[in-house]
Design a protein around this ligand. Structure first.
Ligand code: 9GP
Length: 838
């Protein structure tokens, strides 16, 4: 038999238009993409067309790295982290990819030579807002660090058609708009329909005997949904490693039910399609709260099942037996959202691949690791048993079976302890029955971690105490971190240049090298440059505020900023109490010499969270009064920046003087905004909560404005029947603030508008604003004093940046890799074709 001639692909020996990095080649490739991909020529092209042409130009350059990476992982069967997360808040991709490819400046020049402006093109990108806040953004930072540290990894999630809603303001109230981020196309993703999988839902199970006479169970679903993967390349920083984010989109297996269609029932025919596609339609806009909705459970099983089936496909393609699943993959569960994976992997192994229960359980238990991200009781997911059983009848059986074995284990270690059994059971039977997802995650994982030292301690002492007693060896802490590539290099180019000039650029990969800055603190010209950079960044933000809010703010004033999700526990309204306190002082004494401040807020409220929405209305109402009172003049300004997202965040962190991290101690698991601010030289005013504690330890207590009760004091105060009314009565300034609000001074004379908020503060004040008020006001006095001494302030600011090395996500990921995943790094060489063309 004649062998077919080997396909010869001409290897490019000169720079080619898809890999070359010279300015001339970049320009040629850009115009080529404009013509052949966008189908436009310069006279017709919009700025968005130019953005797309540039994005494709950059994507081509990622592809050679991506393919080399995939090829190497396949050849070497590398151990891989599968990071399962219902949210990935990626932010815009173009700028970050330019930085990581190391071609930012070159592309800027190429674009300018073409008569265009890079900033304008970057601004065209619709960010994929596929997350709510900290948890989703952390997942995105971790993908960046895994690639940078050359750790083989796959991020798995949902390709929501609509991401987090866009926030507008109407009369000072939040209004929500659909986020149609895919409207103009997404140049970064590649669909992989050939790797689509099917996910079952509903129906019933039945037992049968297989050909060998073994008892088996099969699941007859009511509905089958197709999951189609869309891949996005995740390039590491100036390295060849290019990992993958794989997001699943739901489709009906057949577009039409032809039987219904032929019988004339057109709507019925598309019904199945609509209900299937609903699974990946929209992100639930809740942060730190679980709504317990059926569709949300369906989303979870959908992406988890797709991802586990995909891992099994990869394993089998590499000719590895299923028994090696846990050697090939370590599966990180980002909170409980993917915790159903424990039951789903059991189902796949036992029912679909005929592996015996005990062996399957060994594989499962060695495959998963669970990160808890919250201490908020309302965020701990529980599913009504009935709903769970209707959607996932087989999983419910498996959960019962796991529970049966697990409770035997508990009884063996803690005999005659019925209460403990009730608390630890995977099923909550105290009233209506629920499946407890955190318990399932703890039982099915070999490692359990919190996201800051205090958080892990509180998990061990409190929320997961029983599990800690049973499995102390599983528990460990992994303090969060953030990527300096996006949140320093990309966001703050001025600071980046100064740092590079002063200490070289190794800090971008080794953030602890920032320590070298400490010696420059004594250099007056360095301090001057530091100050000027902050001023320039503040100027840029002031311009943005003028354009978007129509408010003139003074870049010389202290920029005092709180940006994060709006939540009572985060206490945006504590900052409002301070603003009104200053306002009252100025009204009483118009000549008072105060440090001028600009108070900036940003953040979304969950659409159904009425109190959070009222807090936004409070901020905008106070802003209306304060900003327009001639007695105040330019000394105080209050601004609510609408639609806080990653893109906007990148302009805000570099411009901050003061970072507000004021949650009630014991509630914020870690926080990551706190890190992004401090890295960019903002000083923090904060409580001893989450990662604030570690930030303060690192930067030094003298460079941090501490206030408020500790977590232990909060607990004690709550136990001793806290009464906010006493604080109100005994603190004249606090009383005046509340009385003015009550009188309607910030609501056009309407005493009812803020009543729910005021009543909640006066009656129970769950988050102890009144208890912390005085301490907060005093700390703010110290801030004002410190800011008046420019030299002192700049020194403190420099030391904050210099000492933030610990909070790089590279450090966090290195710890995950060493302590939990045991994933060696894998060097990626570019394929010949790519190497020749460099
Ligand atoms: O609220 C936490 C936040 O403190 C933390 O920084 C972030 C990342 O670990 O996770 C948040 N948790 C959630 O969004 C829900 O569990």
């Amino acid at each position: 038999m004649q062998t077919a001639p080997k396909l010869q692909i001409e290897t490019a020996r000169v720079e080619d238009d898809r890999t070359g990095l010279s300015i001339e080649t970049l320009k040629r490739a850009f115009l080529d993409n404009l013509f052949y991909i966008q189908g436009k020529f310069p006279r017709l092209a919009t700025q968005h067309d130019y953005y797309m042409a540039l994005a494709y130009t950059v994507r081509d350059r990622l592809l050679q790295r991506w393919i080399s990476t995939a090829a190497t992982y396949t050849e070497q069967s590398s151990r891989t982290v599968a990071y399962l997360s219902a949210e990935f808040l990626m932010g815009p991709q173009l700028g970050n990819n330019l930085i990581n490819l190391g071609i930012y400046d070159r592309v800027q020049q190429a674009i300018e030579e073409l008569g265009l402006n890079l900033d304008t093109l970057l601004d065209q990108e619709e960010e994929p807002g596929l997350g709510n806040g900290g948890l989703g953004r952390l997942a995105a930072c971790y993908l960046d660090s895994m690639a940078t540290l050359e750790i083989p990894s796959l991020g798995y999630g949902i390709r929501y058609e609509f991401g987090i809603f866009k926030q507008g303001l109407q009369n000072g109230w939040q209004v929500e708009f659909t986020d149609k981020w895919l409207r103009l196309g997404n140049p970064w993703e590649i669909p992989r329909p050939d790797w689509a999988v099917q996910v079952k839902l509903g129906g019933y199970t039945e037992a049968y005997l297989d050909a060998n006479g073994h008892y088996r169970v099969r699941w007859i679903p009511r509905q089958v949904v197709k999951g189609v993967p869309y891949d996005t390349p995740i390039l590491g920083y100036q390295i060849n490693t290019c990992n993958t984010l794989r997001l699943w989109s739901a489709q009906a297996p057949e577009s039409f039910d032809f039987e219904a269609f032929n019988s004339g029932d057109y709507l019925g025919a598309v019904q199945e399609k609509i209900s299937s596609e609903n699974l990946s339609k929209v992100l639930y806009p809740n942060d730190n709260v679980s709504q317990g909705k059926q569709l949300r459970l369906a989303q979870q099983i959908f992406f988890v099942s797709c991802s586990l089936q995909d891992m099994i496909r990869i394993l089998l393609r590499q000719k590895l037996p299923l028994s090696e699943f846990s050697q090939k993959f370590t599966v990180q569960l980002n909170d409980t959202h993917p915790a159903i994976a424990v039951a789903e992997l059991m189902r796949l192994l036992v029912d679909e691949h005929g592996i015996a229960w005990d062996q399957a359980w060994d594989i499962t238990r060695n495959s998963f690791a669970y990160t808890n991200h919250t201490l908020m009781p309302e965020a701990l997911e529980r599913w009504p048993v009935e709903m769970f059983g209707q959607m996932l009848p087989r999983h419910l059986e498996i959960v019962y079976e796991i529970n049966h074995h697990f409770l035997d284990e508990v009884r063996a270690k803690f005999p005659d302890d019925g209460d403990r059994i009730r608390r630890m059971s995977l099923i909550d039977e105290s009233g209506e029955r629920f499946v407890r997802m955190a318990n399932l995650a703890c039982v099915g994982s070999y490692a359990i971690n919190g996201v800051a030292a205090l958080h892990t301690e509180l998990l061990q002492k409190d929320v997961l105490h029983d599990f800690y007693q049973l499995y102390p060896e599983k528990f460990n802490n992994k303090t969060n971190g953030v990527t300096p590539r996006r949140f320093m290099v990309l966001s703050n180019p001025r600071l980046t240049h100064l740092l590079n000039d002063t200490i070289g650029d190794s800090w971008v990969q080794h953030l602890d090298h920032l320590q070298k800055l400490e010696t420059s603190v004594e250099d007056a010209s360095f301090r001057q440059r530091w100050w000027e950079i902050k001023q320039a960044n503040k100027h840029d933000l002031a311009t943005y505020i003028q354009a978007h809010n129509g408010i003139t703010v003074d870049p010389e004033s202290l920029f005092d900023i709180q940006v994060k999700r709006i939540h009572e526990y985060k206490r945006q309204h504590l900052m409002v109490l301070h603003i009104i306190t200053l306002y009252n002082r100025l009204k009483a004494n118009p000549n008072l010499d105060i440090t001028p401040r600009t108070f900036l807020f940003g953040g979304k409220a969950a659409p159904g969270y009425m109190m959070a929405k009222l807090i936004i209305k409070l901020i905008t109402s106070v802003a209306d009064v304060v900003n327009n009172d001639p007695a105040v003049g330019d000394r105080l300004k209050v601004v609510f920046l609408k639609n806080f997202n990653v893109k906007l965040a990148q302009h805000i962190y570099p411009a901050a003087d003061l970072s507000e991290q004021v949650s009630m101690a014991g509630k914020e698991a870690s926080g990551t905004g706190n890190m992004k601010f401090a890295m960019n030289g903002a000083l923090t005013i904060g409580t001893l909560d989450g990662a604030n504690i570690e930030i303060r330890e690192e930067v030094g207590p003298e460079n941090f404005f501490l206030f408020g009760l500790t977590a232990a004091e909060v607990k004690a105060l709550k136990a001793s029947s806290y009464n906010p009314w006493n604080y109100y009565q005994s603190n004249p300034e606090l009383k005046e603030v509340i009385d003015r609000l009550k009188a309607g001074d910030f609501s056009g004379g309407n005493p009812d508008l803020f009543r729910p908020l005021i009543d909640s503060l006066l009656s129970w004040d769950n988050y102890l604003l009144f208890a912390d008020y005085q301490s907060y006001i005093e700390a703010q006095e110290k801030v004002s004093q410190a800011y008046r001494d420019r030299d002192r302030w700049v020194r403190m600011s420099i030391l904050n940046t210099a000492r933030m090395g610990k909070f790089s996500s590279d450090r966090s990921i290195a710890e995950y890799a060493a302590d939990i995943w045991q994933t060696p790094s894998v060097k990626i060489e570019l394929t010949d074709n790519a190497r020749l063309s460099r």
